[in-house]
Design a protein around this ligand. Structure first.
Ligand code: ZN
Length: 202
């Protein structure tokens, strides 16, 4: 018996396209497509319009790479920031998270990911050359490497460290530790040994 394909072709194409997004498998792509179809049509269209609006207006800041609606983001154009310190992050939302703490008053640099041989992401795919140029031309005194404490984030931090170590600036790495509320017994070896290594005097 001939198998009949009952999935409408536009739904199939939508699922295919959504599943090309990082982090979306076919199952989650299907769920998203069906959620949109199940929503009141007006709401779904409004959601898509918001996404279109975002795509039209947002682009990376030409200085630091943070997503912004301006040519230069509000941090790069602020007079109140310490322009001698750059905090390097993987993604815009990492910078937003640091910004929320209110503990950092320098500038950011978004590299747009992390080195990952498995995913075929090399230094050329990341916004690293621009960082080196900023350090060389903008009288930078300190670079804080705030890539994620993961294997890839570590590799990325040490790659950048090697590029900057002879530039006569201070290069630091964010401290590792246990999340607040953690139980030592449940911490992995890496986290626990890094927490001991970077202990502070109280
Ligand atoms: Zn900027």
């Amino acid at each position: 018996m001939k198998e009949i394909d009952i999935i409408p072709s536009t739904l199939k194409e939508a699922v295919e396209r959504i599943s090309e997004l990082p982090g979306y498998g076919e199952k989650s792509a299907r769920r998203l497509a069906v959620n949109l179809l199940d929503m009141p049509r007006g709401e779904a269209i409004q959601l898509i319009k918001t996404l279109l609006d975002m795509l039209e207006r947002i682009h990376p800041c030409s200085e630091c790479g943070l997503y912004t609606e301006e040519e230069i983001c509000s941090i790069c154009s602020s007079e109140e920031r310490d322009r001698s310190v750059i905090c390097v992050v993987e993604e815009t939302f990492d910078a937003f998270a640091i910004e929320k703490t209110g503990k950092f008053n320098g500038l950011y640099h978004v590299i747009g990911g992390r080195l990952s041989p498995l995913e075929g992401i090399t230094a050329e795919d990341l916004n690293i050359d621009k960082l080196v140029k900023r350090v060389e031309t903008n009288n930078i005194k300190e670079v804080i490497l705030a890539t994620n404490p993961t294997v890839e984030g570590e590799a990325t931090a040490s790659y950048i460290y090697n590029l900057l170590k002879d530039k006569n600036i201070l290069v630091s790495r964010i401290a590792y530790g246990l999340p607040f509320g953690a139980v030592l017994e449940n911490a992995d070896d890496f986290t626990l040994s890094k927490a001991l290594e970077h202990k502070t005097i109280i």
